[in-house]
Design a protein around this ligand. Sequence first.
Ligand code: COS
Length: 380
Amino acid sequence: MNFEFTEEQIMIQQAARDYAQRELITDVIERDAKGIFPEHHIKNLANLGFLGMLVDPKYDGGGMDTISYVLAMEEISKVDSSVAVVMSVNNSLVCYGIEKYGNEAQREKFLKPLARGEKIGAFLLSEPEAGSDATSQRTTAEDKGDHYLINGTKNWITNANCGSTYIVIAQTDPAKGHKGINAIIVEKNTPGISLGPHEDKMGMRSSDTHSVMFTDVKVPKENRIGEDGFGFKFAMKTLEGGRIGIASQALGIASGAMERAIQYSKERKAFGKLISQHQGIAFKLSDMAVKVENARNLCLKAAWLKDNGKPYGTASAMAKYYAAEIAMQVTTEAVQIHGGYGYVKEYHVERLMREAKLTQIYEGTSEIQQIVISRALLED
Ligand code: COS
């Protein structure tokens, strides 16, 4: 086994760290407080090649591996998960979904601008009454011969407003259950699409989250990804990779909070010495470090499996489950170490704690990951 990163992977990690620590940090508190979308940062990350980093260069992507993606996601998420989630959804749900399962015409038309970061993608699976229970899609895509007619509502959609290329999961033939579901590429400017208000969230407040309503939205048949009825499997396969992105985000939230806790404990004095010299604090730090290291190893293992063409669905579920759980624990302890300062915005750790909570919920809750992992253990 080789635990060393390549020179290229280290360069990508460094570029992400530099951008996060020099640029994102400057306005992250204000953007979070006011729910301002980080438009200029997204443009800068597109210029760095981070929005299509996994895409083959022949489709204008960065051609980087999934290990590099984990490293970059961790660094960006240490500072700002509202930015990291744009990267994650664009790379591992939308670009990956079209590159892997789309046809050549779809890659030319939709993937290239997404990989260049000129356009942003969104993945529309969740509905008001279908989150974890993803087969219960109520949004319909009626087959009208040469086109689909889409009706329904999608909920909690990241990049709904800034995005212009949607992948919509919808039911075409309810009699066939999940085998009647399709994944269809829909351009946001198609008539009949409207957005609900920006969601006022607990954390990741500057990410762009809305519900999206479809009323008689006409989409050409050629925009369907894969064979008729492939949509549910498409969503499941794509989420396997998406979960590596969110696991890495949770990892970054945890390691970012840990770094801040270490720094603070080396500056703050209590009872005549630095708080890092109190065993109660030092042991908390050691527990954080073990958890962060385990989460990083799970993320990198899932990425390695993906890069080497091996099954990675269970590994990505393990990475997401573990990283999200420890992100909540580590950020809570980071707030505790900061005491009163941890509870105010200036020290960042309260925001990281709010961000951690979402990683236990989106792209499959922790309980959904437990279902995926336990089914793999128990299958014949
Ligand atoms: N890859 C390929 N196919 C998969 C799959 C995967 N990872 N997971 C499930 N499938 C297939 C199954 O093989 C089955 O196909 P067949 O009927 O042909 O055998 C089909 O999908 C239905 O699977 P299953 O019966 O297991 O469906 P369940 O309703 O029990 O749900 C879970 C499975 C819970 C794993 C799924 O609904 C899930 O992941 N839910 C969470 C969705 C989510 O992440 N929501 C948040 C969205 S944020 S973008």
